[in-house]
Design a protein around this ligand. Sequence first.
Ligand code: N2P
Length: 365
Amino acid sequence: MPMKRFITATSVLAILSTQAVAQEEPVVNVYNWSDYIAEDTIEKFEAETGIKVVYDVYDSNEVLEAKMLTGNSGYDVVVPTSDFLQRQVAAGAYQPLDKSKLPNLVNMDEALMANAAAYDEGNTHSVIYMWGTTGIGYNTAMIAERLGEDYEVNSWDLVFNPEIAAKVADCGISFLDAPTEILPAAMNYLGLDPRSTSADDMQAGAELLQTVRDNIRYFHSSQYINDLANGDICVSVGWSGDIFIAQARAAEAENGVEIAYVIPNEGALQWFDLMAIPVDAPHPDNAHKFINFIMDAQITADITNYVWYANGNAASMPLVDEEITSDPGIFPTEEAKAHLWGSKVYDARTDRLVTRLWTEIKTGQ
Ligand code: N2P
């Protein structure tokens, strides 16, 4: 009898202490790409859940990766791109998602999630946030002025053909500071496999970039949005949605700047960015709540409508503006899709080579 009482008391204690552990402080630390969320997403999440969002931004997978591989970042939700996610999962950087806490998974597009599973088997650690392409944004009037009214921008020639690039260099060309996206585009332009990891192919891509290096004003992965919108630069190799944001900002400012985005005929990189929870996240339960909230059809539609990126949420599609769903720069045509390539994870040797080549390109050595 006394024994039984003892057991009961112990179990009560056990239950109490489990609850104490499960009860996280009402905070979630989110680390996402810059210009990648709607104006009211965070506000809405905080109002609905009472959980405060501490929101930081980055514009480089390499920066995020350094934090994930070091550990102890303090972040609860991060958004790496597919190939980087794959390497970080292999390194044990992320915890498996508790899918019982993610009822909105039913909203996700099964075909896209199956594609994403190539980078994270079984979608065990990640959910698609947004996806897009890496193509060319340009100022229509400035290009017409320099290359003629009839020049149709539909090829990587604009930035990779030294003669053409030289003709537009004076109004400013920017490239993403994203070696794993720019080098493959250069290789593809040369007729090489953009997913090749052969040192010779990488070297050839780097040499091409060296030939146009003097025509490039800068390498940066977020500054180009405002610079394009203000007419301070005229060409950006950049991310689809970012270019559309520049277009929208120019329209809003009524400054006469007109920006267009093209997926060049030779093809382009198609990437996914995915939400994941670091293995040492301080608030994993709140992280699940945040990810589930993002997967709400209306919330994801609001984000796409604001940042002009396609998403992986099938249920959100009827709520996405027709202006966006019908734009081939955001939802590529079947013909364009045939030329898109997926991001490729590099081994350590290839990664070191890419880093070295990229430093040489940026410094013009
Ligand atoms: C948002 C950029 C996100 C795309 N500004 C990079 N994968």
